[in-house]
Design a protein around this ligand. Structure first.
Ligand SMILES: *[C@@H]1O[C@H](CO)[C@@H](O)[C@H](O)[C@H]1NC(C)=O
Length: 329
């Protein structure tokens, strides 16, 4: 597969990320759009982490998992967007080889962690709704710590394997990555090694870390919905049903985009479509998840308004104190 123009295999030290093409007008628009998305995502997720940590009422497994999810998503979007914003601003997409591998390692690990954490969260809801009598015993604080910790460790470990194999590849040119971040398949396509083995690896890992958790989540939600339909009160039923269906929709979009991007073979037509799909799971999921999972939740809303009242009271006291002291002096 070696490129004939490069007789002596020069080892490339940097790549160029092509991003979304090079229309200058589009770059400014995209920069502003992604900047707003980035600020909103980080603000929303940090707010949720602060609420979960500060509010005693939210110290139960379900909210611990939501806090972990927000923490995960803040890191996740930070592996992609700041880099992308910088190249949209400067028009320079150059990234060093080690920078590229590092970005891929953190991004890939966090995707795998998210896949695991979302299934842990649906298992938690499944136990709470379908198996309420055993909930306290099965979801002890120790068990929730193990499940959350397991998701993080699992994600970081599995992606060490793919990152290690990527770093062994030989890149002998060209060095232009037709993507907006360093991802597995575009890197494999650029290398001059035989791609089959690595494509099979990506397929297997996506199968284990996306398809299996997704099927597991679907099954949990089927049990949850079946249980909800047996609730006698219609209002309670409607409320729970709307919560569950919105969770199911965001989860399905997330896993479906992952499955299409990593399990379907890349033809030229699919390749641009995959770039657009990548925006969904890298940028939109971290933005939308806190809205769907946390901020629509009644207890989180109560914690938020309690925190706002407290904040207002503190700032009022503070300004009064300043007024008093300025009068005295
Ligand atoms: C993540 O989950 C663990 C275990 O449930 C919990 O102890 C920790 O506080 C959570 N972290 C956040 C930021 O919510």
């Amino acid at each position: 597969m070696a490129n004939p123009e490069w007789g002596n295999q020069t080892v490339l030290m940097e790549f160029i990320l092509l991003g979304f093409g090079n229309l200058p007008e589009l770059q400014t628009l995209l920069f502003l759009l992604f900047l707003v998305i980035y600020i909103a995502t980080v603000a929303g997720n940090v707010l949720i982490i602060a609420l979960v940590v500060a509010d005693q009422q939210l110290h139960i497994p379900m909210y611990f998992f939501l806090g972990n999810l927000s923490c995960l998503e803040t890191c996740y979007i930070t592996t992609i967007l700041p880099r992308m914003l910088a190249s949209l601003l400067t028009g320079d997409g150059t990234i060093s080889f080690s920078g590229c591998i590092t970005q891929y390692y953190f991004f890939g690990s966090l995707v795998a962690t998210e896949c695991l954490l979302l299934s842990v969260m649906s298992y938690d809801r499944y136990l709470a709704i379908c198996n309420p009598l055993h909930y306290a015993a099965r979801m002890s604080s120790r068990a929730s710590l193990q499940l959350a910790g397991g998701s993080w460790v699992g994600g970081l470990l599995v992606n060490s394997i793919t990152t290690l194999s990527i770093s062994q590849l030989t890149f002998c040119g060209p060095n232009v990555i037709d993507h907006f971040f360093c991802d597995f398949i575009p890197l494999v396509k650029l290398s001059c090694n035989e791609p089959h083995l690595l494509e099979t690896l990506a397929f297997t890992i996506t199968f284990l870390f996306s398809l299996v958790p997704f099927l597991f989540i679907l099954m949990s939600y089927i049990c949850i919905i079946a249980t909800i339909l047996r609730i006698p009160s219609t209002t309670g039923r409607q409320k729970t049903f709307s919560t569950c269906s919105s969770h199911l929709i965001v989860v399905s979009i997330y896993y479906a985009t992952l499955l299409i991007v990593y399990m379907f073979p890349s033809t030229d037509i699919l390749s641009n479509f995959k770039k657009v799909l990548s925006v969904v799971y890298t940028v939109l999921t971290p933005l939308v998840n806190p809205l769907i999972y946390s901020l629509r939740n009644k207890e989180v809303q109560e914690a938020l308004s309690k925190a706002c009242r407290k904040f207002m009271f503190v700032s009022w006291t503070f300004s009064e104190t300043i007024k008093q002291t300025s009068k005295v002096t």
